[in-house]
Design a protein. Structure first.
Ligand code: PMV
Length: 306
């Protein structure tokens, strides 16, 4: 039996603008993971998705999970072996936590371990990016990068990957609105907005990029107060891009009023999750207020000092 896994991720700064070449910051959420397990069988290759009612997926289909397996085996020039590959994940889907990239990465890693063929992290990252294109249309590549490397990254599209130094442990609460939202739709809507009115939208994207740059500096200097303020500003600019929602705004306001240093939506928006930067002493209070304000789930994640 062979097992592999990959972590969830959360975007701290720069979502949406990153699609247009601006920098963004994302960190892994290692407590939430997707797992893939392979056992040998006498039958042809199949995938079993435990979270989708044990759905059985044939190798030769159009299903996105089958596509991951097809792309991987074609990349390493192997025929489909007689195996059963079971996938499970505790990462909520369609909520901005990178569940798609994590599931794909776990499948690729399991297939590499099974065939005993190694690819570099860079090569795996490229492969997952191909899969992300099938899901998202025009992904920036930030999701696959942070998931594959499982390290905080400062990401600029089509540039070499910069791992981030973080001078102080950062405590975040991630709160789920409970509303699934497709990144592809939000990204497409921002594209329309941009094409209809580039003079107004370009400055918003540039401003988001500047915030991500300042946030990198603040992380390197351990300036937590500044990071919180930058999150507030980033959220306002995401509102201007129409990707927030009343539920996200409510949770962001609630977190700020309950003592968070800053809060913003995270990921594609329109639903999914928001994040709040909190000092250790306020965690319990902010968490309680978020749940009272309608969050369906709140969990804590720490970006360790490095
Ligand atoms: O919804 P998520 O977590 O997959 O985040 C997508 C981030 C965007 O910037 C909105 C899109 C992208 O491809 O970078």
């Amino acid at each position: 039996m062979v097992k592999a896994s990959a972590s969830a991720k959360v975007i701290l700064f720069g979502e949406h603008a990153v699609v247009y070449g601006e920098p963004a910051i994302a960190v892994p959420v290692s407590a939430l993971r997707a797992e893939a397990e392979i056992i040998e069988t006498d039958e042809s290759f199949r995938i079993i998705a435990l979270d989708l009612d044990n759905k059985v997926i044939d190798f030769d289909g159009e299903d996105p999970l089958a596509k991951v397996a097809q792309l991987t085996l074609s990349r390493i020039k192997q025929n489909p072996p007689k195996i059963s590959l079971t996938v499970k994940s505790n990462i909520p889907i369609a909520s901005g936590l990178g569940s798609g990239a994590a599931i794909s990465t776990a499948i690729v890693r399991a297939l590499l371990a099974y065939t005993d063929i190694s690819l570099s992290q860079d090569e795996i990252n490229q492969l997952i990016y191909e899969v992300e294109k099938i899901h998202h249309g025009t992904p920036s590549g930030i999701d696959n990068t942070v998931v594959v490397y499982e390290k905080p990254v400062y990401f600029v599209r089509e540039q070499s990957i910069e791992m981030l130094n973080n001078a102080q442990a950062l405590h975040f609460l991630i709160a789920d609105t409970g509303q699934a939202a497709l990144t592809k739709i939000a990204v497409g809507d921002v594209r329309k907005l941009y094409e209809n009115d580039p003079q107004d939208i370009r400055p918003i994207l540039n401003e988001i990029g500047k915030i991500a740059e300042l946030a990198r500096e603040a992380m390197q200097q351990g300036d937590i107060e500044k990071l919180g303020k930058l999150m507030q500003e980033n959220h306002k600019l995401l509102q201007a891009l129409t990707v927030s929602s009343p539920e996200l705004d409510k949770l962001v306001d609630t977190a700020n009023e309950a003592g968070a240093l800053g809060a913003k939506l995270s990921g594609g928006g329109r639903g999914g999750n928001m994040i709040a930067l909190v000092k250790k002493g306020t965690i319990e209070n902010v968490k309680k207020e978020l749940l009272d304000a309608g969050a369906v789930r709140v969990f804590e994640t720490v970006v360790e000092k490095n």
